[in-house]
Design a protein around this ligand. Structure first.
Ligand SMILES: NC(=O)c1ccc[n+]([C@@H]2O[C@H](COP(=O)([O-])OP(=O)(O)OC[C@H]3O[C@@H](n4cnc5c(N)ncnc54)[C@H](O)[C@@H]3O)[C@@H](O)[C@H]2O)c1
Ligand SMILES: [Fe+2]
Length: 407
């Protein structure tokens, strides 16, 4: 039992997720059937070079053998900081090849790009900017299937996407339940090829989603159930996925953990760690998972310090989180006043081990962030689209303080 007895049901909450999940060792083989149920049989596959070179597109295409699904086109040049220009380029390939559906095969970069493609195709536009923001999409979208190849972002079940607009120097954020894929396919063949450092970083992104969902202002018993289930799977499997990447059971557990954490944060929002990670990514190109991994313990320490001085229950939530990290027997042995710090220690135990195993950085200085950029990063953090949802308001000095501690 991973809910603490002092959990309170909010006076009011909403929870939504409509994505069908297919998970298992031959999950890919279900796609043609699922596509036909969606009235589609000519998908475009959107991916990137790393995923293609790992041989994963061949595995996906081979799994369609003997069915009447025709691959309309394959686009494998999605860059890591994908932009509206790339989205429009893919949309014109979709139209030219008379595709009728979208399959994203990749990590968060590919999945978010595919979400952008679905917007411009559905809205018959080439101006993604018009749809930036919250809940500005109203039309039912094209059939959209996601096959995640990293276990981290959970983007296969989130109603969010981030796409760059270099001309306007913007990271455009989109939130709409319309963007949710119809189907998420978790097949361990898709993540087994992930190198150890990407496995570690993306797994820490998933852990950050679960932890921030659990302390988020819109947390509720349903999002909490997803968050604590994700934490339990991550604490039992992430280090093993880095040590033994070919172990399909461990890979399937991490794919499920990432999905569970995605459902949780898509409903209850993220907190300061994601705000800081977006800013570090935008300004210094620190990969999203690495930034989260470094900043998660420091972000929680900030809340432990500041939480009790506000009306927020955030410190109390961090105390209760310990239950998911250590289980009930260990949890009851820790005095209440030590629980929040013990949660942070449990997270550091994981990141220290990942650091030893694959060199996952523990400090921003080791991730290529120059010290003279910290001020600019702090400003970007408080201006980030996620800042309105932080459980405790954060000012410039406070954001800078967390960055300095993590430097
Ligand atoms: N929409 C959301 O809900 C959401 C949530 C979190 C993060 N994100 C976004 O996701 C992006 C990060 O995504 P990510 O962490 O999954 O990384 P990524 O998609 O950028 O991929 C990282 C690298 O790993 C390679 N790779 C991926 N899968 C592989 C595999 N199985 N084998 C070998 N190589 C593989 C890719 O080719 C790429 O080079 C960021 O842009 C972030 O903003 C979105
Ligand atoms: Fe994330």
């Amino acid at each position: 039992m991973l809910f603490h007895k002092n959990e309170v049901i909010p006076e009011y909450y909403e929870f939504f997720n409509s994505v069908k999940i297919v998970s298992g060792y031959k999950a890919l083989e279900n796609i043609p059937f699922e596509l036909s149920r969606l009235g589609a049989k000519r998908p475009i596959i959107i991916t990137d070079k790393g995923v293609e070179q790992a041989g994963l597109i061949k595995v996906v295409v081979d799994s369609f053998g003997g069915t009447d699904t025709v691959i309309g086109a394959v686009f494998d040049e999605t860059p890591q900081d994908s932009s509206d220009k790339v989205v429009n380029q893919i949309a014109s390939i979709y139209r030219a090849n008379k595709c009728d559906s979208i399959i994203a095969v990749g990590g968060g970069s590919v999945i978010d790009t595919a979400k952008g493609v679905n917007i411009v195709i559905t809205e018959e536009t080439d101006d993604l900017l018009k749809f930036m923001g919250n809940f500005r999409l109203n039309k039912p979208m094209k059939p959209f299937i996601v096959i995640p190849t990293t276990a981290g972002t959970g983007s296969e079940v989130t109603m969010a996407a981030v796409i760059a607009n270099p001309e306007k120097k913007l990271k455009m954020q989109f939130t709409s339940d319309m963007m949710l894929p119809k189907l998420a396919v978790l097949d361990p063949r898709m993540t087994a090829s992930m190198p150890p450092k990407i496995t570690a970083a993306t797994g820490m992104d998933a852990l950050t989603h679960a932890v921030e969902a659990y302390i988020g202002p819109q947390k509720n018993p349903v999002s909490d159930a997803f968050a604590v289930a994700a934490i339990e799977l991550i604490r039992n499997n992430l280090v093993n996925a880095v040590k033994d990447g070919k172990n399909v059971d461990v890979r399937l557990a991490m794919a499920n953990a990432s999905l569970l954490a995605g459902v949780a944060f898509s409903n209850s929002q993220t907190a300061i760690v994601h705000g800081l990670a977006h800013a570090n990514g935008g300004l210094c190109h620190v990969p999203h998972g690495i930034a989260n991994s470094i900043l998660l313990p420091f972000g929680l320490e900030f809340y432990i310090e500041k939480g009790p001085k506000t009306k927020s229950k955030v410190k109390n939530n961090i105390e209760n989180l310990l239950l998911s990290f250590v289980g009930p027997e260990e949890f009851v042995k820790v005095p209440v006043e030590d629980r929040a710090k013990s949660t942070v220690a449990a997270i550091r135990k994981i990141t220290n081990e990942l650091n030893k195993l694959c060199g996952l950085p523990l400090k921003l200085r080791d991730a290529g962030v120059p010290e003279n950029k910290l001020g600019e990063i702090a400003q970007l953090t408080i201006d980030d689209g996620t800042a309105a949802f932080f459980p405790v308001e954060v000012n410039y000095e406070e954001a800078l303080g967390v960055l300095k501690a993590a430097f």
